[in-house]
Design a protein around this ligand. Sequence first.
Ligand code: XIL
Length: 364
Amino acid sequence: MSRRDTILSSLKAAAAFGVAATSPLGTLLAGPAAADEASPLAGLRYGAAVRDVPLAVEPEFRAAIARHCRQIVGEGGLKWYDIRPTREQFVFDAPDKHMAFATANGMTLRGHTLVWYGAMPDWTKAIASASDAERLLVGHIETVMGRYRGRIKSWDVINEAIPDDPTSRSDIRPSIWQQRLGEAHFALALRTAARVDPEAQLVINEYDIEFVGDRYRRRREALLRLIRDLKLRNVPLHGVGLQGHLRGDLAIDREGVAAFTAECRAMGLAVLVTELDVIDDKLPGPPEVRDILVAAKAYEFLDAVRAGSPIDSILTWGITDRHTWVPTYFKRTDGLPNRPLPFDAAYRVKPLARVIAHVLRDRR
Ligand code: XIL
């Protein structure tokens, strides 16, 4: 079967799950093969998260990243528990490797992340006073951002500030920083970051803001409340990152997302998609159908995001279905492998890659 015939038959099968062959996605996928069919993302503002083992030992992984990406981010490496195993130590091995790989391949590296409740080493539980917390946080940002000043041009300074299920607009996720310094720690971190590297793009990054439902609406509201507050006080903040770990089985709140990104844009913020993948544990089994549904979900999301704001860049959380965090938390019960990413386990291009390319190509 030709590529087009395969797509057409998959689209027909996907119609049973609500993706019409006549939808913009159907038209896009069934359209004539492009000259860049094998690497539709090359040259666009696309990037992916890299994992250390395949980066070190799997030539196909290195080649795929080098071929398709303009930027990378470490899945780990700059997180507190990676870089600060003890209070005294800074371990830069992984981020230094990522930087070297990026530079050697003409890509840039994004920084992830400086302030997060997660991935904290145990010793940070012993931070007992406000002054100790302030000294550590400021010192951490100075040392880590300082090392890559002028080279890491975009940082997730703040990650996941909003509770999973916020009870009010002013609800903030518990963390040692929130406990010791209160909400002021966000401004402290951002001001420190701007002082250390005035050229860097400073981003607040968040998940689960895109679906239909009360919880997601409350999460958008709480995040907007925090962002508005920071901007009102002239705290340096340049972008909002939508992680985009999309649930294949949940509907995107198109209006809610577009209103959210429009408001971010009105405040002068860039909108980035930082960790895109489609969690497919609840989607039907056959891979060809699943790949269409995965692409359709991403299209729905990206089209809603760009209805409110141009998309600065899109990074996926991994590049190949062979190496993805998704099965750690969302394994399928039928035993079939997850397929959340733009390239399959053999590094063949999937419909999701074409969707991302399409959105980045006519970036508005
Ligand atoms: C995940 C990594 O993919 C895993 O390899 C690691 O064990 C845990 O963290 N949101 C984030 C990312 O901001 O840092 C998380 O990455 C995925 C969810």
